[in-house]
Design a protein around this ligand. Structure first.
Ligand SMILES: C[S@@+](CC[C@H](N)C(=O)[O-])C[C@H]1O[C@@H](n2cnc3c(N)ncnc32)[C@H](O)[C@@H]1O
Length: 206
């Protein structure tokens, strides 16, 4: 079914297609096509002006976001220096360096933030989602969107048998998903698209 849905995603600029190819060849885990097309529609409904992304990789999702909402600015955090350099190059090639700021940083350390964000997108180390939430969701405005990718972890969060080396990450994601579902200041929906997306609207009180 995934190939069918992928084939229905509208054509992309050559740069994005080249990045998809690079990611496929080099096993760089960028967001899946059906998921990013879903977020593109969502962003056009929500029209965020300020986006914070946790986990840049080569800048693929940041470029999609910037193309989806032409008047938004994006701050994106990335721990790997190599990825930061590649992302900056791609963003420059897309003529988006004035709207996408790539910060070389371990997102677990937090960031000084002076203005609230309209959307926070979490897509970095899966075992650290709770830390990212605690650092960045307080800087999401009331009515803003929190989007977390990979929350189903290839179905492992629902499976009873999980490979040993994936157990800690899987258990942490299970705890995180339950935390989102039960949080009194969030309205959350788990969408089984791509690798699983948690979509939350923030109410008063975080
Ligand atoms: C799934 S990839 C991001 C994909 C990107 N959002 C996209 O779809 O194009 C996750 C990225 O998060 C980065 N990362 C992992 N842990 C991190 C941390 N603690 N702080 C910042 N970046 C981190 C990884 O180096 C990797 O490049």
């Amino acid at each position: 079914m995934i190939h069918y849905i992928e084939a229905l995603v509208p054509d992309r600029p050559p740069l994005l297609k080249r990045m998809e190819e690079e990611a496929r060849k080099e096993f760089i885990p960028i967001i899946q096509l059906p998921s990013i097309q879903f977020l593109r529609v969502l962003l056009q409904l929500h029209r965020p002006k300020r986006i914070l992304e946790v986990g840049t990789a080569i800048g693929y999702s940041a470029i999609w976001f910037a193309n989806a909402v032409p008047d938004c600015d994006i701050v994106t955090l990335e721990i790997s220096e190599e990825m930061v350099n590649r992302a900056r190059k791609n963003i420059e090639e897309a003529n988006l360096s004035d709207r996408i700021t790539v910060i070389h940083r371990d997102a677990c350390e937090g960031l000084e933030i002076d203005k609230p964000f309209d959307l926070v997108f979490i897509d970095a180390a899966k075992g650290q989602y709770m830390k990212f939430f605690n650092h960045y969701v307080p800087h999401l405005r009331t009515g803003g969107l929190l989007i977390c990718d990979n929350v189903l972890l290839h179905g492992m969060v629902v499976d009873s048998i999980v490979p040993r080396r994936k157990r800690t990450m899987t258990n942490r994601l299970r705890v995180f998903n339950r935390f989102l579902a039960e949080h009194p200041a969030l309205e959350t929906s788990f969408v089984p698209i791509g690798d699983g997306i948690a979509l939350c609207i923030k109410r008063e009180g975080i």
